[in-house]
Design a binder for this molecule. Sequence first.
Ligand SMILES: [Fe+2]
Length: 385
Amino acid sequence: MEFKFLLPSKIVMEPGLRERTGEHLRELGLARVLIVTDAGVKAAGLLDSVYTSLDKAGITFEEVSDIKANPRSEDINHAAQRYRGMGIDGLLAVGGGSAMDAAKAISLLLTHEGRIEDYEGSFTLTRAIPPIVTIPTTAGTGSEVTCFSVITDTARHYKMSVHDYRVGPVLALLDSHILDTLPASIAAATGMDALTHAIEAYTCRVANPISDGLALHAIRLISQHLKAAVQEPDNQAAREQMLVASLIAGMAFGNADVGSVHCISEAIGGMYDTPHGVGNAIFLPFVFGHNRDANIVRHAQVAYALGVDPTLAPVDAAEAAVGHLFQMSKDLGIPRFAEVKGVREDDFLTLAEKSKQNFSDASNAKAMSVEAYHDIIATAYHFVV
Ligand SMILES: [Fe+2]
């Protein structure tokens, strides 16, 4: 057996924690930070207590507040150009996966020349970068503890990954109160992203014993709490459990990998700007069904963790899990693939080719061809519940 397991982040969880952001940044020795966030987070007032706490701690800050979903390479390059040489000694990402991935990419460009496109791939960085602190405002991405940054290359309409331990956040501040105003549709999509992380981490070819334990626990937590976290906005306990579950799933896939669900979802996100969690939720049951005979025992373990009848034989449990995943998406109001904005059948071959090019294709439980991707994409398009 061979594996590495890396956890770059100190994790602190406490309701209302963002009011103490300044103290935590001071502890790290930071004096001038770049806040990276999005317009929705800012408009919701989620940053107000962060600003107050930075002022109180004597930390000065600049801010990039226009990060969009599926962050774009041109916006990253532009922000980096603006803040290079401005004495920024740390980044504070407040937002979902897009803000956190953008902060990682901007941080790396503060000490590396060129554009973010130049750093696609694994371990392409050559020097240290300013430390990244994260305050996740959704429960799904896991980006607060991973060494990945996913950025849309606008010229290629392609979601590229930068993977390097240096982009792993040094500190994740989990404040469950920040989820109080999270819209149900975002709670649903991001929660299904977290579930996909856990399932793909457990079933992929590069799983290891530590990621296995984390992944199965995350699947159990998500299957117990996601529906309530979406359908009962005042259920703080359920939303808090989802914040923990998504972080645990991030620790799992960050040290294993994801698989073909993410390959397809990222191809679709790059082409149509589809929210990442929606793309994953749509394709998770199809890929799970396609993969399951490659390792029936592991797919059955996922089924049992999802709450499928534990007395079922592994083959039957894995099959039942496919129906279970379809039902989860339906209950959470996830659209069908044919309902996704902009989708055209003429694009399916390109989508299949882009899925195959994805970094994580090789990790999928079953070897995939362009034809196999095309079949799954076409089947999902014509699928009627
Ligand atoms: Fe994801």
